[in-house]
Every structure is written in C-alpha cells, then in structure tokens.
Write a protein that binds this ligand. Structure first.
Ligand code: ACO
Length: 372
C-alpha cells in the first residue's frame, strides 16, 4: 500500500469540518440550541405554523399570513405511485413521486421559491396517496382549506382530522423542517452545486435520509420500546444491547453535546397529547435509564437523547403507523432541503472535495505473468 504523503487535515465522516456557509439555521451543538433564521426552535413551535416556518426558511421573512395547502397530484405522479409493488418502502415511494414530479414539471436550474413551495405541497399528497393505494383504497383529493399537516392527515384517512392531532403534527413538521449540514441536506446541496434540478436534489436527500443512522431511527425507537416492554426490564435490556455492541436508537448525535432542543420541544408536544400517556410513561422511564448507562459506558462522549426519540411518541400519538415515520420526517424536511438548494444556487461553487489515496502504490501490468 502507498504511504500517503498528503499532510492536509482529514476528518473521518467530515466531523468538525466546515463545508459551507448558511444563513438558514444555526445548530449550536455545545449548548443544545437550534435557531431558524435567528428564532429559537421552541418559540417557533409554540407560536408558529409550518407554513410560516417554511416561508421563513425560504425567504428569511416572517409572514403572519403564510399558508401552504397540499397540492393536487398530477397524472405522472399518481401513475408512478400506482406502479409500485405491494410492500414498497414509503421512502422509496416518496422518492419515486418526487422523481416523477420533477420529470413532469420539466424543472430547470436554478431552483426557485415557486418550485420549493410546489414540491413541499406535493409531498404530503403523494405520501398519503401511496399509503392508501397500498391498502387498496383510492387516493383522496386534497382539501384546499387545510394546512399541510391537517391536509396530510385528511388525505390519509378521508376524515376531517382531529384539531389537536393536526396541531401536534404541525409542531413536529416545524421541528423536523431544518437542521444545518446534516447528511441529507448536504446531499441536496452537492446535487444542486452541479446545477442539477430541485427534484434531483430532493430525491438524493430522501435517499440519504432513508438510512437508519439518519432518518430511520424513530421506527426503530418504537420497536426498541416494544422489545423493552416495561420500565422494570429496561436496565437489563439496555445492558445486554450495549454489551452486544448495539446502539440505542434515539440517542447520540454528531453535533449535539447537550440535550437535543428538538427532543425537548417534542417532549413538550407529546406531553400535551392525552393519548400518548402509557407509551410516554415508558419512554420517559427508559430514557432516564438509557442516559445513565450511556454516560457510564462513554464518560468521554456526551450521548444524549436526540429528536428521533420523541418523534416516535408524537407520530404514534397522531395515529401514524411506524412504517410512515421516516417518510413523514422527509416530508417535513422538504422546507429545509429546498431552502438550502436555493441558498446553494444563490452563491454556487461545485462541491468537489479531495480524497486521500491509501491504495496500491504505482505498479505495472507488465509484471503480471502473460496468459497462456
Ligand atoms: N448507542 C450506544 N452507543 C452509541 C450511540 C448510541 N445511540 N451513539 C454513539 N455511541 C457510541 C459509539 O459506539 C462510539 O463508541 P466507541 O467510541 O466506543 O466506538 C461513540 O459513542 C461515538 O459514536 P460515533 O459513531 O463516533 O458518533 P457519530 O457522531 O458518528 O454518530 C449517530 C452519531 C450516527 C447519530 C450515533 O449516535 C447513532 O448511531 N445513534 C443511534 C441512531 C440514531 O438515533 N439516529 C438518529 C440521529 S438524529 C437524526 O439523524 C435526525
């Protein structure tokens, strides 16, 4: 193997590397703070709507009258969703819908605010239609009076959504809308930097978010809590899982070295939802034990609760099946991804880092024996 003479700094997973500049959100990992365009996440959750927050992310301005309604699906998107086999993963379905939408809209670079609004409004209709088609039901036309979260629940069930459930889901959408240079957003920016279109950028982002280390965790949080079953069993279950080298889902974060402020905001939302009581009691008890045991095992690495842990509580509380959790996260993240694509295009330079070569030293085919 070649010994690298390249002495430039390298950080595995790009940890700690500044790979761009943004005015969209500030993630203060040391102090456990998150701000969108300067506004703390907890204030946005308490006083804002997803439509207002999306406009804020896209434009930097707070518009009291901001509104977003679910879009009507075009023929190519519906045809793409209908063509998917039974048992398709919801993230694959959403990615396929975005791809079909991009093709039918004939999107061109650069990404625009109108494209961002239309794509963000299309995603909930696509996911709801997919969920119904998989159950052998017909998609429901969007209700133009409802906001995005309520409209999604309506298209999923065909019934007027319960107002507290719609509000809780809207709060989740706000919390999940944006989070700096996470893997999926970075992917969207890399794709945009090649002057590709917005749908391609979002398809790539959905692919990145599908991985269990990024957006797949809340589904696994639910199955983890099901396996634990009761607070009394938690300590032993967690010890055995950690002994096997497994990771506890819903804990740890690349950036936060304090309690994830999104988890705190969502825990508040979950506590306000009457129907999560039993599940929440278990989640809170398990969280305390998990935090203590992670601190014992990793005294040098702060491992705290992340957003996915209480996402599971809120999404269960609004009645979504765990199979839709990751795609619901993706739907909410459309505002952030598209805001980043617009920002990337506004001062573009293709993202093309270097790599350190650690393979074979130079050699020649002439040294190989000649075949008979
Ligand atoms: N459970 C147990 N141990 C953990 C966990 C965890 N959840 N997270 C990190 N560790 C341990 C690692 O095993 C490692 O230990 P070691 O040094 O003895 O090998 C140490 O803490 C550092 O972990 P890294 O993998 O270096 O941390 P990294 O920043 O790369 O990973 C990540 C962050 C992927 C989120 C990680 O904490 C994890 O896998 N968590 C569980 C999955 C999860 O909840 N994902 C959702 C993240 S939030 C989001 O994407 C929106």
């Amino acid at each position: 193997m070649e010994t690298s003479t390249d002495t430039r700094p390298y950080s595995a997973g790009l940890e700690g590397v500044i790979a761009g500049e943004t005015a969209i959100a500030k993630v203060d990992g040391q102090n456990g703070r998150l701000m969108y365009r300067g506004y703390p996440i907890v204030e946005l959750v308490r006083h804002g709507t997803y439509a207002q927050v999306a406009e804020l992310l896209w434009t930097g301005e707070w518009r009291e009258d901001a509104a977003l309604h679910c879009g009507t699906l075009t023929g190519p998107v519906l045809a793409a969703l209908r063509s998917l086999p039974d048992g398709t993963n919801a993230m694959d379905a959403l990615r396929s819908a975005v791809s079909a939408w991009g093709a039918s809209e004939r999107l061109t670079y650069p990404p625009t605010l109108e494209q961002a609004r239309a794509l963000t409004a299309m995603a909930p209709s696509a996911l709801a239609a997919f969920a119904r088609l998989q159950q052998g039901l017909d998609p429901v036309e969007p209700d133009a009076e409802l906001g995005l979260a309520a409209g999604f629940l309506y298209q999923l069930t065909g019934e007027a959504p319960d107002a507290p459930a719609a509000r809780a889901l809207d709060a989740y959408f706000i919390v999940a809308a944006e989070h700096g240079f996470n893997a999926s957003t970075f992917t969207a920016r890399v794709i945009t930097s090649t002057q590709s279109d917005l749908a391609s950028a979002v398809c790539g982002a959905i692919g990145a978010l599908k991985g269990p280390l990024h957006g797949g965790a809340p589904t696994e949080v639910v199955s983890q809590l099901h396996k634990i079953g009761s607070p009394e069993r938690a300590e032993q279950w967690i010890r055995e899982a950690l002994d096997r080298g497994e990771r506890l889902m819903g804990f740890g974060h690349r950036v936060y070295r304090a309690y994830d402020p999104r988890a705190a905001a969502l825990r508040e939302v979950a506590e306000g939802m009457g129907n999560t009581a039993e599940w929440l009691r278990l989640a809170v008890a398990v969280e305390d034990i998990a935090l203590r045991m992670l601190a014992e095992r990793h005294p040098d690495r702060v491992l705290k609760t992340n957003v996915e842990y209480y996402t599971a509580a809120v999404l269960q509380g609004v009645g979504l099946p765990p199979s839709l959790f990751p795609a619901t996260f993706a739907m909410a993240r459309h505002a952030g991804w598209t805001a980043h694509a617009i920002e990337q295009a506004s001062a573009n330079r293709i993202i093309r880092p270097d790599v350190r070569y650690i393979g074979e030293a130079e050699r020649s085919l002439a040294t190989l024996a000649t075949p008979a």
